[in-house]
Design a binder for this molecule. Sequence first.
Ligand code: SF4
Ligand code: SF4
Ligand code: SF4
Length: 215
Amino acid sequence: MAKAFFIDTSRCTACRGCQVACKEWHGLPPVTTKQQGTHQNPPDLNPFNYKLVRFDEHKINGKVSWLFFPDQCRHCVEPPCKDTADSYIEGAIIVDEPTGAVIYTEKTKQLTVEQYEDIRESCPYNIPRRDEKTGLLSKCDMCIDRVQANMLPACVKTCCTGTMNFGDSQEMLDFANKRLAVLKESYPQAELVDEDSVGVVFLITHPRKMYSAQI
Ligand code: SF4
Ligand code: SF4
Ligand code: SF4
């Protein structure tokens, strides 16, 4: 059965444990950044950050409030990034059928910068990134090595607030709908984002335009 994440942003405290766990598990190097007047760091996804906790500051009901969004690849059910890559090099982007994980392979190094830009533009969520030195395209790989060993993805294992959840896709969808029903009482505009077309279902509490993530 396909796997899915359910990410309940109402529970996120922006501790960034998931972001760090992702880097640690994948052995990704640090990235030098500058203070940009926000707690969000790094400022955007990059080839060495597959997970990024986005911070959006708003005045809500007269109070300064933050909306947190632990951004990552959505493992689309019919991934447009793969369709675009297939038109250039077959097998550069593959889907692991048992889980539905969308995986970028070493073959992505053979893609040109223009082809990478096409792939990035085809992603509805602006996720793929390219290492300028090696040409490798990268993003969240669902921690496929862990999942195939019956372990949770590193970000899910680390999250202690219940924001990050992972399991069989129908189970996650049922859980997401239950949480949505509860949250609707406090947040009438709460919704699930594209739940029928992705393997990573986000529950958001406020209108999409209030989030800097591409949703
Ligand atoms: Fe949010 Fe959980 Fe990530 Fe912390 S570990 S930032 S609570 S999703
Ligand atoms: Fe990173 Fe793995 Fe979580 Fe994807 S599933 S964001 S690769 S820790
Ligand atoms: Fe590809 Fe973007 Fe979908 Fe991830 S979110 S599978 S990068 S199209």
